[in-house]
Design a protein around this ligand. Structure first.
Ligand code: NAD
Length: 469
């Protein structure tokens, strides 16, 4: 914190999910250490906000250079700790840990370049009213384990761009890589501008409750989001909540199964399905059901699974035991309920937490595997008879993060997209996020958006300056 590494009286272990090995020990921050980190951020904030805009942007570009320079080492940490294969970068390669680091750098450069808008909201002969964007002050950021570096970047960089300082707590399941990345980034910034604390939910709770944390950026589960919103409300503290999803993908009758198969596959199985905006329920018309299943099964069986540090591995382990157990429970319950397991469906022998890509058919809306956020490498494929029925199915759950529509006639797909209740609806792609395109959920998937100009608004408060002419 404030540029100083601080040890703690107690520690916890971080594990490699591909081997079960302990890969490091993480300090468990105390309440005093959380308070000291927030104090450092609070002390540094006025000078950081007072820097000329161009200078703050230049500092963030220097952070992007640091991320570029250390990308390979950080990607290796991601693979060792989170499990996703190292992979490559680009459309033809496995979107793994190198892809995550590529995203970290890209988001940093794009966000650093964004202007902070000053909008003239009203003007006539008598007055001129401008809306300025001001930083909140100290942002408390709390991150999940599935994209541990990229999601931390999404929280940190816009916050800093707007003149806030940050205290971030990574997930206790993937702390080492994030702490290492933030240590490198913080060294390129003035002391106190970017700070970390580490530990489990109680440490996150201390951060949320601290009176000098002015806004909370949270990405994680709905259950934790409710706790954070409740705690923050007691202090009338604003929050941005990026929560869970259960995205529907609808294949329209004019889709070409072969043409859409690869996009659908990674739309469902990116990061072993451990991605908030992965396709989690696939609705297909009777006429295309068998062809779509065959295409997806061929891809599932062709891609090698294993320790992501080994070359050629495309699919890694699940990240943690509760996640592994949840996937197993939901697939077992689907099987017991009469569903067909087209491929996968049984965990692989340990020591790693390997669960294969699993396609499930002969299953209906209402089954736990369809209705719960399983967050794993499983795709239930459901038949529909009419597009109206598919739209009703897609909209029936109390979550609304992403959705997708797949078809040849893009005007028809667009019309269906407009009927879906989700923060983002993709057409002929799924999960295709971009640093300039707002992203966020509706219903129980959260409130607020990230990315681009809208994302900067989320880490600022408006101030009107009203001039009498
Ligand atoms: P989680 O809610 O268990 O934990 C997330 C973070 O919150 C961790 O750092 C954890 O230590 C902390 N935390 C737990 N209890 C807390 C409390 N009471 N107060 C403050 N902090 C607390 O979520 P997870 O299992 O790490 O992540 C998976 C979930 O995240 C899934 O539901 C997924 O859909 C969601 N997610 C959403 C997005 C999005 O952009 N919408 C992106 C990625 C993941």
């Amino acid at each position: 914190m404030a540029g100083q590494a601080v040890d703690s009286p107690t520690h916890f272990d971080s594990f490699n999910p591909a081997t079960g090995e302990v890969i490091g020990r993480v300090p468990h921050s105390t309440p005093d250490q959380v308070a000291a980190a927030v104090g450092a951020a609070h002390a540094a904030q006025p000078a950081w906000a007072a820097l000329p805009d161009a200078e703050r942007q230049a500092r963030l570009m220097a952070v992007a250079d640091v991320l570029h320079e250390h990308a390979e080492a950080l990607a290796t940490w991601v693979t060792r700790e989170q499990g996703k294969p190292l992979g490559g970068v680009g459309p033809d390669q496995v979107p793994g840990a190198r892809f995550e680091l590529h995203g970290c750098e890209a988001w940093t450069r794009v966000t650093a370049s964004l202007p902070l808008p000053v909008d003239v909201v009203f003007e006539d002969d008598t007055r001129r009213d401008e809306m300025h964007r001001r930083p909140h002050g100290v942002i408390g950021a709390i991150a999940p384990w599935n994209w541990p570096l990229l999601i931390a970047i999404w929280q940190i960089i816009p916050s800093l761009r707007a003149g806030n300082t940050v205290v971030i707590k990574p997930s206790e399941l993937t702390s080492i890589g994030t702490l290492e990345m933030v240590r490198l980034m913080a060294a390129a910034l003035p002391p106190g501008v970017l700070n970390t604390v580490s530990g489990g939910g109680e440490v996150g709770g201390w951060l949320v409750e601290h009176p000098r944390v002015d806004k909370v950026m949270f990405t994680g589960s709905e259950a934790t989001g409710i706790k954070i919103a409740t705690a923050a409300a007691r202090h009338l503290k604003p929050t941005t909540l990026e929560l869970g999803g259960n995205d529907a993908a609808i294949v329209l009758p004019d889709a070409n199964p072969r043409a859409i198969a690869m996009g659908l596959f990674w739309g469902a199985f990116l990061n072993m399905g451990q991605t908030c905006a992965c396709a989690k329920r696939l609705y297909v018309p009777d006429s295309l059901h068998d062809a779509v299943v065959a295409e997806l099964r061929a891809l599932a069986q062709a891609l090698p699974m294993g320790n992501g540090l080994q070359p050629g591995v495309a699919l890694g382990p699940l990240q943690n035991r509760p996640q592994f157990d949840k996937v197993k429970r939901l697939v077992d319950s689907a099987r017991a309920g009469g569903a067909t397991i087209v491929c996968g469906g049984e965990p692989l022998p340990g020591p790693g937490l390997f669960y294969p890509v699993t396609l499930v058919t002969d299953i209906a809306d209402g089954a736990p595997l369809v209705d719960e956020e399983q967050f794993g490498p499983v795709l239930p494929i459901l038949r529909y008879r009419s597009v109206d029925e598919a739209v009703a199915s897609a909209n029936r759950l109390q979550v609304g993060l992403g959705a997708s529509v797949w078809g040849t006639d893009t005007a028809a797909a667009h019309a269906v997209a407009q009927r879906l209740q989700a923060g983002t609806v993709w057409i002929n792609q799924h999960g295709a996020i971009h640093p300039l395109v707002p992203f966020g959920g509706i219903k129980a998937s959260g409130w607020g958006v990230e990315f681009g100009a809208e994302g900067l608004k989320a880490v600022t408060r408006g101030q009107v300056i009203s001039l009498k002419k």
